[in-house]
Design a protein around this ligand. Structure first.
Ligand SMILES: [Zn+2]
Length: 234
């Protein structure tokens, strides 16, 4: 029973190490950095869509302006080429030229408007890229620290496992099986120490009649706490 109690001590220590491993602050840091990266990536995707749409509009205005410009050049060539002399025709050409130039200015205004809309999108995009790259740095640094901390705990767990194997080797298989079942049932602590008439597992004082029965049981007999059911080391 005292060997089992020693085994329990090792198992409890391993449970604590595994709990520490699962709750390492570095893991929380890694997760937080990952979340920040994901959020930035999501916002960047939305901005990229907006940017793409504005870029499409810009391209459309560019094309329209160059088409108007070549039309302007054609009309100017005709107007100043000297082949047209009739005043009515010249007036018509001049007014067509004026109207083309007016139209071009309108399109240029629209293009300017798109460029103005692009500015804050690009500024926000630069900010988000910065956030994403800082989060990535944080994640990498926290991951390195997490790996280092995990390595220490894993090596402690390995040495505990080796000591446990040594300790469990001479123990009875049936005893180990019921110990394992009790550990599952009680969330870790299968065997408790009986001291001063109290069970260290459930912290209850045992009734005098039970204490008496336990006291009179042969030393090699397994006894359990009548209150919680854990094995008792006397
Ligand atoms: Zn108990």
């Amino acid at each position: 029973m005292h060997d089992l109690l020693a085994l329990q001590a090792l198992d409890t220590e391993a449970d604590q190490l595994r709990h520490r491993m699962a709750n390492l602050p570095e893991r929380i840091e890694v997760d937080a950095a990952k979340r920040a990266e994901d959020e930035a990536a999501e916002s960047l995707a939305t901005l990229d869509e907006q940017r793409h749409e504005l870029g499409r509009q810009q391209k459309r205005f560019d094309d329209e302006i160059s088409s108007i410009t070549s039309h302007v050049e054609e009309v100017e060539a005709t107007l100043y080429g000297g082949t047209v002399r009739a005043p009515k025709e010249l007036t018509d050409l001049q007014s067509e030229l004026n109207s083309l130039k007016r139209h071009r200015r309108d399109v240029e205004d629209q293009q300017l408007d798109v460029m103005e809309q692009l500015e804050p999108v690009d500024a926000e995009r630069a900010k988000l890229l910065d956030v994403a790259s800082k989060a990535a740095e944080q994640r990498e640094a926290a991951t390195a620290r997490l790996d280092a901390a995990s390595e220490v705990i894993n090596s402690d767990l390995d040495s505990l496992a080796a000591r446990r194997a040594e300790l469990a080797e001479p123990l009875d298989d049936a005893l180990l099986t019921s110990y394992d079942q009790l550990r599952t049932r009680f969330g870790g602590v299968a065997i408790a120490q009986l001291s001063g008439g109290r069970c260290s597992g459930c912290h209850l004082s045992l009734p005098a009649v039970d204490l008496d029965t336990i006291k009179r049981a042969p030393a090699d007999q397994q006894v359990s706490c009548p209150e919680c059911g854990r094995l008792l080391a006397r």
